[in-house]
Design a protein around this ligand. Structure first.
Ligand code: 5GP
Ligand code: ZN
Length: 110
């Protein structure tokens, strides 16, 4: 399958890793929107949160987010974003959680 994040997960495309385990990988976003901008992905391909498989992946993804927050010392807080589908602004069709931190983030988002 021609999926950028599958290629990052299997090492075909290099990435700057922050955390990795059997189920998940966390790496820095190429185009950071905050001083810390990390993407957490399941290693198994799934399109989005609309894929039923995402329910099983959620536990592992949340664990990875916690590990990233610990590793990058995000004790003052951070934001997780899961863009989904066209209206959600999803540009890569492999489920990912954006973890944004180290600046004060506005609400509501754009
Ligand atoms: P989306 O818009 O789908 O929610 O987020 C996709 C994210 O993936 C974007 O923030 C974009 O900067 C990032 N991205 C796209 N291609 C690559 C890549 O090859 N490497 C890394 N590290 N990030 C990427
Ligand atoms: Zn994929």
């Amino acid at each position: 399958m021609d999926c950028i994040f599958c290629k990052i997960a299997n090492g075909e495309i290099p990435s700057k890793k922050v955390y990795e385990d059997e189920h998940t990988l966390a790496f820095y976003d190429l185009d950071p929107q905050a001083p810390v901008h990390v993407l957490v992905i399941p290693k198994e391909h799934m399109q989005s949160i609309e894929d039923e498989k995402s329910e099983g992946a959620a536990k592992h993804l949340f664990h990875a987010v916690r590990m990233v927050a610990k590793e990058l010392e995000l004790a003052d807080g951070f934001r997780c974003v899961i863009n989904t589908g066209r209206d959600g602004g999803q540009t890569v069709g492999h489920l990912h959680i954006h973890v944004l931190g180290k600046r004060s983030l506005k609400w509501p988002p754009g």
